[in-house]
Design a protein around this ligand. Sequence first.
Ligand code: GLC
Length: 465
Amino acid sequence: MDTPLLKKLWEDKYQIVPEQFQKIKQVDAVATGFNANIDAVYHMSAQKLKELIEQQSLSLEELKNLERTSILDEKDFLKGVFRSFSLGIAEEWICENEKVYQWLQKNIGYMHLQIGGQGGIMANVLSVLGVKKVFVHTNSLPALQAEQFEKRDNLLSFDQNGHIQPAYLIDRSQDLPLIHWIIEFKRGDIIELEGQKFKCPKANRFIATYDPLNLRLVLDQNFMKAMLQTPLNFVILSGFHALLSSNNGVELIEGIVPKILELKQKNPSAIFHLEVASTQDISIRKAIVQKLIPLMDSIGINDRETIDLLFALGEKSLAKRCDEKTTAESLLKGLSKIKEKTGVKRIELHMFGLYLTLQDKNFHITPEKNLNAMLTASVVAASKAKTGSVEFENIQQVKYDVSDVGLIEIDSLGLLLGQSELITSGIGRYRSWDLIVVPTILIENPLSLVGMGDTISSVSLVAAR
Ligand code: GLC
């Protein structure tokens, strides 16, 4: 079938989406944790990056010489930005030095503030889509953080006295504002250094995180206690990626395991999902993959994170293959290895142009429902990419313009698997599992990309009805 016909076929499938929005409103309760923070967004031009590099007298050789993937000084920050810019990749590096944080404030500043952290972003999205109650974990909630939450009464958190309230109304004034720098770049921007040109191949972002609370997995006991007494349909967790082994991160992960198990015991029918995020510390990554993922029903992941997890699982050659050839086919092999080794029942991958879910045959969510939810997520994500935020009025305006890249990838995946119908149905098989694929909606010039994966994963899960 030729591309225009395939596009039409998928546009027709996308017509189901408005119906799914009605169904999301029937979801009673979702809890998101553990990381919510404030994102300070800055759109970095190549020109500004060049100025900063020159200001720090960094040679090209130094810039490319990565000694670590964390931030101890301003130079590390610029190395990280340059790496993400020139490779077009998303990364997050941890900064433990308050001085660098002050340097960022003084030398870069930000264009605007918005909700950050997987837990925070997902809570905002799900509240906009009308889940009846969304409980968001916050380990810091001063007014500046509270203002980043949707002004909606279905989005709840806890004040300093442990009283549940709409999150936007809370002001735990003694709490420290946790601000992460989100440096976004545009595709095609060119930086010239020492006579060499580097072109940003893909719009993306680099995150510099200074966050003493999320870095230590500080928990709000009021939230933890209340969730044990609240019937929940979904528990969506993340934030472990910011831990460091040098700060007891592995022990903190081990310490959370019994708490998650207790929550599971109280909510046996809830779906537990972990959003995997860019985790630089290899011991933390190993702890996530060995100790947390096996407890989950579902995980959400992007292409880079797939490669990272494969390294953490000791699957070096598969990781390298995925890195060299980041196609749906090689990533599917990677996901299958992660699934086999961790026993997680559902994995959802989001990558440029398509989403792919691999799940157990008898999983609570049928492949058809998954497909509809993934289509819904694609519409919400397209709206966010276009406008920079998630608002229902904008979501309704999205034109179902299906990505060629996604269609081509799915078509070749189907042929390689000997399942030529994959491209038309979106549902197939891989080993003993169900495989569900969706070409996404294309947005030519995204305004913002941060939080896209979180949006996709949460909607793909909660809209599956
Ligand atoms: C990470 C970052 C946070 C950002 C989020 C987006 O959690 O720490 O700042 O909002 O990723 O996915």
